[in-house]
Design a binder for this molecule. Structure first.
Ligand SMILES: [Fe+2]
Ligand SMILES: [Fe+2]
Length: 328
């Protein structure tokens, strides 16, 4: 096992210390958007993008690979904004008003909400700077939810004590945000400096958010009987299987945009979508995006709660993870 295979050992600060840090932290410095974005550069590390894990990727010209990378980074920013504004904007205030949540955690939830609002503004401004025309009519060109699913989701988000799996999704995506910053800083390709600054400033707050998610999940899960933990685990497994591991809906819209700009891409879209459908069974894809290395806290929580270990049905990296057997 090489040193890069060794997972980070998760640790966290007391909640009071997290509150102090949040009070002392200056808001993320605004990104300099006074000059045009550099379209000759990538926007995100290519290993974070799904097309990279298909047989098609190497057949594309460097120009099309780079444009795919740029469009995908804009879609990632939209998805992060959706989590922060549409999901966090409902679930965080709902938790902050829950009397059973300890007061120091409730205090942090106010910081959490404010920090996510600032992040959402940052992604919106960055995307609009890249593609003014797209984002004058909408904030979300690629990440869209129909009216009824949106209403249903809001009903779920207003009841985080009942639908606890939402917090696991927040944790999962916040650990991805940290991995995005880490990996993009060390990317083999040069990254557009405004995107690099955005990922790094985002990471400063996400370090604390991951710890708060961890406290909240324990607070809500520890008192549960095994039967209810199993129900949460089944919901989480469903979301992984149908949404997180196979980026079909957003992936299709990104490819259609790429096909609109490069007609030669259109004929390969069906093949790429077929390969996306196979991604939930791809060890290479999961190892890069959902492992003990990228998600040390989420995996530590799977270790802690045996009921959640049914996640191995969809997370091959948990099923075949030697570190898991070491802790049991
Ligand atoms: Fe954020
Ligand atoms: Fe966050």
């Amino acid at each position: 096992m090489s040193t890069t295979d060794v997972a980070r050992r998760p640790h966290r600060l007391p909640v009071d210390r997290l509150n102090e840090q949040a009070r002392e932290t200056t808001p993320p410095k605004s990104i300099d958007l006074s000059t045009p974005i550099d379209r000759s550069l990538h926007f995100v590390c290519p290993t974070l993008t799904p097309l990279y894990y298909t047989s098609v990727y190497e057949q594309l010209t460097p120009e099309i690979q780079r444009r795919y990378n740029q469009i995908t980074a804009l879609a990632f920013n939209e998805f992060t904004r959706f989590l922060e504004q549409d999901i966090g904007g409902t679930v965080l205030p709902a938790l902050a008003e829950t009397p059973s949540v300890p007061p120091e955690l409730r205090e942090y939830l106010h910081h959490f909400h404010e920090e996510e609002k600032a992040h959402a503004q940052m992604w919106t401004a960055l995307n609009a700077h890249c593609e003014r025309e797209w984002y004058t009519i909408t904030e979300s060109r690629f990440v869209r939810l129909g009216k009824l699913p949106r209403i249903a989701l809001q009903a779920v988000l207003r009841r985080p004590r009942t639908f606890r799996w939402v917090l696991w999704i927040l944790l999962c995506m916040e650990e991805i945000a940290m991995e995005t910053a880490r990996r993009t800083v060390h990317s083999a390709v040069e990254i557009e400096p405004r995107f690099l600054t955005a990922y790094q400033s985002h990471q400063q707050d996400e370090v604390r958010h991951v710890q708060v998610d961890w406290y909240l999940i324990e607070h809500l899960t520890d008192p549960l009987p095994p039967r209810r933990r199993r129900r949460d685990a089944r919901a989480l497994r469903y979301v992984f299987r149908h949404y997180l591991l196979a980026p079909l809906r957003v992936g299709r819209r990104v490819l259609e945009q790429l096909g609109a700009e490069y007609p030669e891409v259109r004929r390969i879209i069906p093949q790429v979508l077929n390969e996306y459908r196979a991604l939930p069974r791809s060890v290479a894809h999961q190892s890069a995006l959902f492992s003990r290395h990228t998600h040390p806290v989420m995996f530590a929580l799977f270790d802690r709660y045996p009921e959640f270990q049914i996640i191995e049905d969809v997370l091959l990296t948990y099923r075949d993870d030697p570190a898991r057997w070491a802790v049991q």
